[in-house]
Write a protein that binds this ligand. Structure first.
Ligand code: NDP
Length: 237
């Protein structure tokens, strides 16, 4: 495991799931970690107490609140834009306000957080956005709103990779397939459909996703930028 001693790390959405695993892994590797959360103050307090990370309540759907939270972090070495929501269903029936909110959290927040992080970031920093294999592949009906959001972050990643490359900053998108979290439990009703499409027929763990993110955040990954890195058990092949 890489040593992140003294590195300043921010994780958006660190109270639960993949984000909480990222906070744990970066903290265990010596980093100074802060993370945002919105609706889960008790879970955030537990992660902060366990890891020593600082937590800040900031709704990614609120642009001013989000940008202020990122700006307050100062000069970061590593920013992971993880906070996200999923919503599946018939697009003819989905609530339009809920779709707008998903786009606010998954897309607009990724753009504004990435830009704000880059504003003060140290040279040779790292920005990693948690996308999804659904940015590339749509394995069934009902994924349109979520898939559009995860395709959009691919463009943010490629664009910022060009914009920030002169300072040695890399920008990449990690695209998990099914990961066992509150969002998509391994025992949930959609699991059999997902596993049927996979070569390795199980959900990934949040720790497995964190391992890839920490690699991309390490000095060894200095030449990887503008990419999508998929960890989906072969769902998309
Ligand atoms: P969880 O629902 O388990 O956790 C989501 C995290 O994001 C929580 O910490 C939550 O904090 C935070 N969050 C959600 N909305 C907001 C908001 N408006 N403002 C601030 N924080 C917010 O999801 P996962 O860990 O599974 O997902 C993490 C990322 O991984 C997402 O971007 C998701 O799309 C992506 N992903 C997940 C997959 C899966 O199968 N689980 C597959 C592919 C991608 P709080 O509860 O405090 O609001």
């Amino acid at each position: 495991m890489s040593d992140f001693t003294g590195k300043s790390v921010m994780v958006l959405g660190g109270s639960r799931g993949i984000g909480a695993a990222l906070v744990r892994h970066f903290a265990a590797a010596g980093a100074n970690v802060r993370f945002s959360y919105s609706g889960s103050p008790d879970a955030a307090a537990a992660v902060a107490a366990e890891t020593g990370a600082a937590s800040v309540q900031a709704d990614s759907a609120n642009r001013d609140e989000l940008i202020a939270a990122v700006a307050a972090a100062g000069a970061l070495d590593i920013m992971v834009i993880n906070a996200g929501v999923a919503m599946m269903g018939d697009p003819l029936k989905l609530d339009a306000d809920a779709v707008d909110r998903l786009i606010d959290i998954n897309v607009r927040a990724a753009y504004f957080a990435g830009v704000e992080a880059g504003r003060q970031m140290h040279d040779n920093g790292r920005i990693i956005i948690i996308g999804s294999v659904n940015g590339d592949r749509v394995p069934g009906a009902g994924f349109t709103a979520y898939a559009l959001s995860k395709s959009a972050v691919q463009g943010i990643g490629r664009g910022l990779a060009r914009d920030f490359a002169p300072r040695g900053i890399t920008v990449n998108v990690v695209q998990p397939g099914p990961v066992d979290t509150d969002m998509n439990p391994a025992g949930g009703p959609m699991a059999p459909m997902m596993h049927a499409a996979m070569a390795i027929k199980r959900h990934a763990t949040a720790d497995e996703v964190a391992g890839l993110v920490l690699y991309l955040a390490s000095p060894a990954a200095a030449m990887i930028t503008g990419t999508t890195q998929t960890m989906d058990g072969g769902l998309g092949i």
